[in-house]
Design a protein around this ligand. Structure first.
Ligand SMILES: [Fe+2]
Ligand SMILES: [Fe+2]
Length: 318
């Protein structure tokens, strides 16, 4: 269990806790002695660390890799900002730590989001769709799904982001049904929303602190194709009508809306259109919210966001 966080470090504080390895280099003192320069991090920030014992520094440099989790002991000093002088630094098995403690993570309550996700799933009553959702989202899968990221960058790019985004899309889809749902099959739309980005489970290395792409994610068409392929196999395992399967699979293949945005097909059903706009809404609102939240300083304009193609105006409140 992690007991101390980067944002709580102060000069003079003795530290004994876990961090992730963000970067790793060997430096040399004026006298030629080697030391380890290590950037350590958790979900609250990063801090520079130093190992001055040259034998230990060399050993750690040879054995640690970026993304490892270590348990350290040391003391916080001040040198060009905070610096952690380490007496010990030992690699730990990632199975024994909560990975989302060491990487950007949703600030929403994952347990509450899971409860809402379950309520949305329970609202689907059409037998084949309900059976499919129950077959996919079992207890073990939900644990992994709830810790996953939705991206490396752009939107919901943090642990828990996939659940947060999926739930937002399901909620937007429900709202569309309330407001303009006369021609929409609600159960099909909510099922498509729950499953639309499922391929992200395998597009990104969900065990990695920086959510790198997997080889299959890079080589096999990203999450749209991985999700389509996964769903086809799951549908084959339950009693599922052919036409409904085609409509659901079409929603996965078309949810990005345009071919230049990664859609294999452009949406050709009312549910696929609704899913695309709900997905876009969740993604865009998250993008602009992240940009505003990360804004620092006295300027009224954020930095330029190349994905949004603009800066945002952030007025100071009177
Ligand atoms: Fe997607
Ligand atoms: Fe999405």
């Amino acid at each position: 269990m992690k007991s101390q966080w980067v944002k709580t470090l102060r000069p003079g504080l003795e530290v004994a806790t876990y961090f992730g390895i963000i970067s790793l280099n060997i430096g040399k003192t004026k006298n030629g002695a080697k030391f380890l320069k290590v950037r350590l991090g958790d979900k609250t920030g990063t801090v520079e660390g130093r190992v001055w014992d040259s034998a230990l520094a060399e050993d750690l440099y040879q054995t640690l890799v970026l993304g490892d989790v270590v348990i350290v002991q040391g003391i916080v000093t001040e040198f060009n900002g905070l610096q952690l002088n380490l007496d010990t630094c030992t690699k730990v098995d990632k199975e024994h730590v909560e990975l989302n403690d060491f990487r950007p993570c949703t600030d929403k309550d994952i347990t509450k989001m899971l409860e809402k996700f379950q309520l949305q799933m329970d609202s689907v009553t059409t037998p084949p769709l309900k059976s499919l959702l129950d077959a996919i989202f079992d207890t073990d899968f939900l644990v992994d799904f709830s810790r996953a990221t939705a991206a490396r960058t752009i939107h919901h790019a943090y642990g828990g982001g996939l659940l947060e985004h999926t739930l937002e899309v399901m909620d937007y889809c429900s709202k569309i049904c309330e407001i303009q749902g006369e021609a929409i099959n609600r159960d099909l739309l909510v099922t498509g929303a729950a499953l639309h980005d499922i391929g992200k489970m395998w597009e990104y290395d969900q065990e990695c602190l920086s959510f790198n792409h997997t080889e299959e994610g890079r080589l096999l068409g990203g999450h749209v194709i991985l999700g389509y392929d996964f769903l086809r196999r799951k549908i084959a395992m339950v009693n599922f009508p052919g036409k409904l399967a085609t409509q659901l699979l079409h929603m996965i293949l078309s949810h990005h809306g345009l071919k230049e945005w990664g859609a294999v097909e452009e949406p050709h059903t009312v549910e696929a259109m609704a899913l695309h706009y709900a997905d876009l809404m969740s993604a865009r609102i998250n993008q602009v919210s992240q940009l505003v939240k990360s804004h620092r300083g006295t300027e009224c304009w954020t930095s330029f966001d190349r994905y949004l193609g603009r800066s945002l105006y952030v007025p100071e409140n009177d």
